[in-house]
Design a protein around this ligand. Structure first.
Ligand code: NI
Length: 135
């Protein structure tokens, strides 16, 4: 019997969406306010979900204490209160859109999750805009 378990987390980060190879006009047209050269912040809400069989011994799909610590060390320490463009190596040459941030988070967590289980990352950039990546 497979069950999905989820843990919510939160981080604040600054970013700017733009392409160096595009004109200012095109960057403005595509990225709007998110192209502000002085950066701007978001309060990101993260939901990490693990989908898998219930362990008959523990009754858990995954120990939530372990998942909590994993998110704290791998994600919050790396992203919280950071300028994503300038301070997070994964975004040195990758636009820090919600889509790309969700994929980066998935890759940071995946090696630490049991191979048998599915990992899903949902990232809210605003209360109304969110993306989901399942790998
Ligand atoms: Ni933005």
């Amino acid at each position: 019997m497979k069950v999905k378990v989820s843990r919510k987390a939160h981080f604040n980060a600054a970013h700017r969406l733009y392409r160096k190879d595009w004109s200012d006009k095109k960057n403005d047209a595509v990225f709007g306010k998110c192209n502000n050269p002085n950066f701007h912040g978001h309060n990101y809400e993260l939901i990490v979900s693990i989908f898998g069989e219930i362990d008959p011994e523990t009754g858990f799909v995954m120990d939530m204490k372990v998942l909590k610590d994993l998110i704290a060390h791998e994600i919050e320490d790396a992203l919280d209160h950071k300028n994503l463009n300038l301070e997070v190596p994964e975004f040195a040459a990758l636009n820090p859109t919600a889509e790309n941030i969700a994929v980066v988070i998935w890759h940071k967590l995946r090696p630490h999750i049991d191979d048998k289980n599915t990992l899903e990352v949902q990232l809210y950039e605003t209360p109304r805009n969110f993306v989901t990546f399942k790998g």
